[in-house]
Design a protein around this ligand. Structure first.
Ligand code: LLP
Length: 439
């Protein structure tokens, strides 16, 4: 079994994270419970930042908060000197509540509303990543009405789709995001943006995919971007101060995954960008990246209590836990794979293969298929690893199941950073049948 970060087996024979026994954590906070290994998040953040610093390359490492956005997480990102990528008014609000420095916030999204853009302008955030012509116009109007200038990046689609080990080159990318680089849309957007007195165009942004294990996709993207940037330098005297290559760095969910280390991704990206800048006689731009999953993914573990069992003779054994697709929708949505152990007896001999079911009224509510485990019973605790990214952030209340709490653990101390939802919380916004509204 592969343990991430500070996760280990302690002298009571239990799984321990951040110096705390997971059995004690489950007893204290109840289950299901999201546990985050804070030291590992710090290590991951420093891993990205250090390489830029060592190579003396101006950079911003922006945490893509969609992976896991809460006030405490945003505060932690700030403690580690990261910038922040937000993608909605809600994520921006969370960041502002956490008193994250506004000038280090970047705002993404393919359909930002007037209210969201106005909120970003009022907060004087660092930059808005403009996605389309509609937004370009809307943002100019908002800036004009407020008489405030803003910095922007243009999100472009370079015609590269990267997934894990594959990357696909397409002339024109079929994506809802960004200005197409190949068909002239990106150049048209640039000219419009440069014309506006309300924009300081910092540069370009692209994001080629998620859970990527190689550098090839990033290198190709940089090459495609430079091809255009050098044309734009010659024909429009536009100097891109920033090159944002997005996120997508892969992590190890199971044995099948072999991610690179942060420094490997960063070193190769830097060396390619340096080479391209030289070849094209351009100034070295600042390099920005936006890791989400690779900062928090393997730092998260979900603890569940084992409940019912169903045996289908000669087919499979189902073991149900007290959570499921409401706290981790990724297996149902993406067939995502996870590893797990019994947290209260991780060393017990493997006796069977079981499939871990959630408690929702839905056959597709499965967390793990065919997991080797000791014969588990209803006093056992199941720890599912690597649930730190897109677990809590994609959680939901299907079947009116309350969301689990989130606890940060570090150096033997626990901090409750999100409370468990209560049944009262579930009906908080509900109104009775007789609450007619006059229109
Ligand atoms: N930047 C942009 C513009 C993005 O769209 C994303 C992710 C990121 C950065 C961060 O990517 P990461 O480093 O976390 O891979 N819900 C899916 C993942 C969706 C990713 C969307 N964009 C999942 O659970 O796998």
């Amino acid at each position: 079994m592969y343990f991430h970060g500070t996760t280990k087996i302690n002298n009571r024979g239990h799984l321990e994270i951040g110096g705390l026994d997971t059995v004690d954590l489950a007893e204290h906070f109840g289950t299901p419970l999201y546990v985050y290994d804070v030291a590992l998040i710090r290590e991951r953040a420093r891993g990205f930042k250090k390489t830029f610093d060592l190579l003396n390359v101006p950079a911003q490492v922006a945490y893509a908060s969609k992976a896991f956005s809460t006030v405490a997480m945003v505060q932690l990102a700030n403690e580690e000197g990261l910038s922040l990528d937000v993608v909605s008014g809600g994520e921006l609000y969370t960041a502002l509540q956490a008193e994250f420095p506004a000038e280090k916030i970047h705002f993404h999204g393919n359909n930002k509303s007037v209210e969201e853009l106005a909120m970003a302008i009022d907060a004087q955030i660092g930059c808005i990543v403009v996605d389309n012509f509609y937004e370009l116009e809307l943002l100019a109007q908002i800036c004009e009405s407020k008489k405030v200038k803003t910095s922007i990046l243009l999100r472009v689609t370079p015609g590269i789709e990267a997934h894990t080990h594959d990357y696909i080159l397409t002339g024109q990318e079929d994506s809802k995001f960004g200005f197409d680089l190949q068909n002239g849309q990106a150049e048209k957007a640039l000219l419009e943006a440069l014309k506006s007195e309300w924009f300081d165009v910092l540069g370009v942004h692209c994001h080629i995919g998620s859970q990527i294990f190689e550098t090839t996709g990033f290198i190709l993207a940089a090459q495609k971007l430079f091809e255009k940037l050098s044309q734009w330098q010659n024909s429009h005297q536009f100097h891109s101060k920033v090159l944002n290559l997005g996120g997508g760095f892969g992590i190890r969910y199971t044995d099948e995954d072999e991610p690179l280390q942060a420094h490997q991704y960063v070193e190769e990206i830097i060396s390619e960008v340096k080479k391209l800048a030289q070849q094209n006689n351009m100034q070295m731009p600042e390099i920005w990246i936006e890791p989400g999953r690779s900062l928090v993914g393997d730092a998260g573990t979900t603890l569940y209590k084992v409940g019912s069992r169903k045996e289908v003779p000669n087919v499979r054994n189902y073991l149900a836990v007290d959570g499921g697709m409401t706290d981790n929708i990724r297996p149902a949505l993406y067939q995502a794979k996870y590893e797990a152990v019994l947290a209260n007896r991780p060393l017990a001999a493997i006796e069977e293969t079981v499939s871990i079911a959630g408690k929702c009224c839905e056959s597709g509510d499965m967390l793990i298929w065919d997991l080797p485990l000791p014969k588990a019973c209803d006093n056992d605790l199941l720890a599912v690893f690597c649930t730190g990214a897109y677990g809590y952030s994609m959680s939901n209340n299907y079947n009116r199941i309350p969301r689990p709490p989130v606890v940060f653990v570090e150096n033997g101390e626990a901090t409750l950073v999100v409370k468990r939802e209560s049944y009262q919380d579930l009906v908080r916004l509900d109104l009775p049948l007789n609450s007619k509204v006059k229109i």
